[in-house]
Write a protein that binds this ligand. Structure first.
Ligand code: NAP
Length: 595
């Protein structure tokens, strides 16, 4: 369903309602103007927040001067609000709001019969009465919610509102079921961080409205997103019943930057999908509850990579060997397919670094083949790197603080194990490749390093999985020793690209080396947009070859990239040619944007 509105086409009719909560009428009107500017459809005026309230005078001003349609709420303390005065005065104020032309009023289920009796059917035609129920403890069973909705409808409500509290992310599923089948306009919200998805997906499941705060944090209930976040990050107006849901499964997850990466990427290629932070306690429960084809793709992060692995119907061979997944796709037959894209991301970054340093083309196979590949660390990232190295035909050495873990991993990849201490004097040959996957050198302990500068001179390339900071002490000293360095952010971006392709089904390989002679394919354009418009606040990497590109300053390259991003495609190829950065991939140029 596409709706043409003054501000463009919407794929759903769910309204965004901004709660206005201030101590004075003036402040409320200022907030209402801000809500309009932000793109909200209506405001909920929370009378119970006013310090002093003169019903006739204040309601007249609030309703008449408000730049958006008004929902008047005067929430009593017994329903989670701030009003603790006389009940008849409260209901009188709501009746007055009706007479003065409010668009909606909110009446709590507990008093709805009294209220309807008092008005005796006399209500202006335009006003809609929302009868609401709030549960601040939990989310009842489907049957109980169904009964609650029936009780609300029996009052004569124009709009049903049920707000519950999430104890688990699966609680929202019951509200979605009720929303989808509701014959009357319904607001279904599950409060709290674990109910966050209910606030966004109400547009997909046909909710009458969702609440969005004017400022992040200025919320009327826990878990509420900001209007800006709804519109800009989650592309709220474009969500429809057929929008496919993706997300990152982790715990905690609030800090995740992934929604900022994938949502703009989806938008840039007009992919009808959304990507949410999914605060999951029990992966198996989550997958069982959201088993429909609406929920189709996930990234996995700490601590659920192994739990995700155990829930797969099919697993790609490397992920199987590693014993953990980082990406899961629901196939059309409902089967869950697990992948470990961490290793793809890291290995591609190292291969790219090697090719950039020796001028080899992609056609000549993996530059890792036959190389002595030393992996420091035997944790999650260590496993991904070691299996990736094996896959590419490298001779793998695993060096770990805890020798037993090194031994276990080395035996799985057909390599050798040593301790980190032994690595100091390990130089069977020159030109080895080193990958650090220990957390030594990560913020805040940025002065630590897992290997001495002296030992680094035997390596031709050093990769560090750490990306905070981007330039670790290990990488700095490796560079000073003459090695090519590859940043951890390369791994992060590469794995994100691979997941993006798996989610969207867009064809092509993204780790291709782009040189000035190569055609610029449409999917690469997507990738450029993907990077350029994402608002990741990570410090993005750039290959050393790109920064060393000689006579062109970074700023100049950055401007060229900006121009080319606007006029993507062949023009980029042209500029790439003009500035002739030897062996510099388009991606590397692009990444300079983020330096
Ligand atoms: P993990 O499973 O906890 O493994 C940590 C590894 O670091 C283990 O091998 C551990 O050795 C070693 N280690 C920890 N403290 C040490 C110390 N003081 N001295 C020597 N070794 C030490 O963690 P992970 O998931 O593999 O992550 C490791 C690093 O990779 C983190 O910095 C993470 O941010 C980074 N990472 C980056 C990406 C990316 O996209 N760039 C992706 C994943 C991870 P023991 O076995 O002896 O404990």
């Amino acid at each position: 369903m596409d709706l043409q509105t003054a501000d463009g086409v919407r794929r759903n009719s769910t309204k965004i309602c901004a709660p206005v909560m201030a101590e004075t009428v003036d402040q409320m009107l200022t907030q209402a103007r801000k809500a309009k500017e932000l793109g909200a459809d209506l405001v909920e005026i929370r009378l119970d927040f006013l310090k002093t309230f003169n019903p006739r005078q204040d309601l007249e001003i609030l309703i008449k001067q408000c730049p958006l349609p008004t929902l008047i709420t005067y929430r009593p303390i017994w329903e989670g609000g701030k009003y603790d005065g006389d009940e008849s005065k409260r209901q009188n104020a709501l009746r007055l709001a009706m007479e003065l032309g409010a668009d909606y009023i909110d009446v709590e289920l507990q008093v709805a019969h009294d209220f309807y009796n008092a008005i005796q059917g006399k209500k202006p035609a335009k006003i809609k009465i929302i009868v609401s129920s709030h549960n601040y403890q939990n989310t009842p069973s489907l049957e109980e919610i169904g009964n609650l909705v029936a009780r609300i409808l029996a009052t004569g409500a124009d709009i049903v509102k049920v707000a519950t509290t999430a104890v688990d992310i699966t609680d929202s599923a019951r509200l979605f079921q009720i929303l989808v089948h509701s014959q009357v306009p319904m607001i279904g919200i599950v409060m709290g961080e674990k109910g966050f998805i209910s606030r966004i997906l109400s547009a997909k499941f046909g909710g009458f409205l969702t609440f969005g705060s004017i400022e992040a944090g200025l919320v009327s209930a826990p878990g509420q997103p900001a209007v800006k976040e709804l519109l800009e990050l989650y592309n709220f107006r474009q969500l429809g019943p057929d929008t496919k849901v993706h997300g990152v499964i982790g715990n905690p997850i609030g800090h995740s930057k992934s929604p900022h990466l994938y949502n703009p990427a989806f938008k840039s290629v007009n992919f009808n999908g959304i990507y949410l932070p999914l605060l999951v306690d029990n992966v198996a429960n989550f997958l069982k509850t959201y088993s429909s084809h609406d929920f189709v793709g996930y990234s996995y992060t700490i601590p659920h990579k192994e739990a995700g692995f155990n829930c797969c119907d099919e697993i790609d061979p490397i992920a199987k060997e590693i014993g953990a997944i980082s990406c899961m796709i629901k196939r059309p037959d409902g089967n869950l397919m697990g992948y470990n894209v961490d290793y793809l991301g890291a290995i591609a970054a190292i291969e790219e670094g090697l090719r950039a340093s020796n001028g080899a083309s992609q056609a000549s196979g993996s530059p890792l083949t036959g190389k002595l590949f030393v992996v420091m660390g035997a944790g999650g990232a260590g496993k991904a790197l070691a299996f990736g190295g094996k896959e590419k035909g490298a001779r793998v050495i695993v060096a770990n603080r805890t020798y037993d873990k090194a031994k276990q991993l080395a035996s799985k990849v057909g390599g050798e194990a040593i301790t980190l201490a032994e690595l100091e004097n390990f130089h069977p040959e020159d030109g080895m490749i080193l990958a650090n996957t220990t957390s030594v050198g990560m913020k805040p302990k940025i002065e630590s390093t897992p290997l001495s500068k002296e030992a680094l001179k035997h390596y031709s390339l050093v990769f560090d999985a750490i990306y905070t900071p981007k330039m670790t002490r290990l990488l700095r000293e490796a560079q000073e020793s003459g090695a090519t360095i590859v940043y951890g952010t390369e791994m992060f971006i590469n794995q994100a690209f691979v997941q993006f392709e798996k989610f969207t089904g867009l064809p092509g390989t993204m780790n291709q080396q782009n040189d000035q002679t190569q055609e610029f394919s449409p999917h690469q354009v997507y990738h450029l947009k993907f990077l350029s418009f994402s608002d990741l606040s990570l410090n993005f990497p750039c290959s050393t070859k790109a920064t060393d590109s000689g006579h062109f300053g970074e700023k100049y390259i950055r401007n060229i990239c900006l121009v080319t991003l606007i006029a993507v495609g062949p023009i980029f190829q042209h500029y790439s040619y003009c500035i002739s950065i030897p062996q510099c991939s388009i991606r590397c140029c692009l990444l300079l944007l983020y330096q």
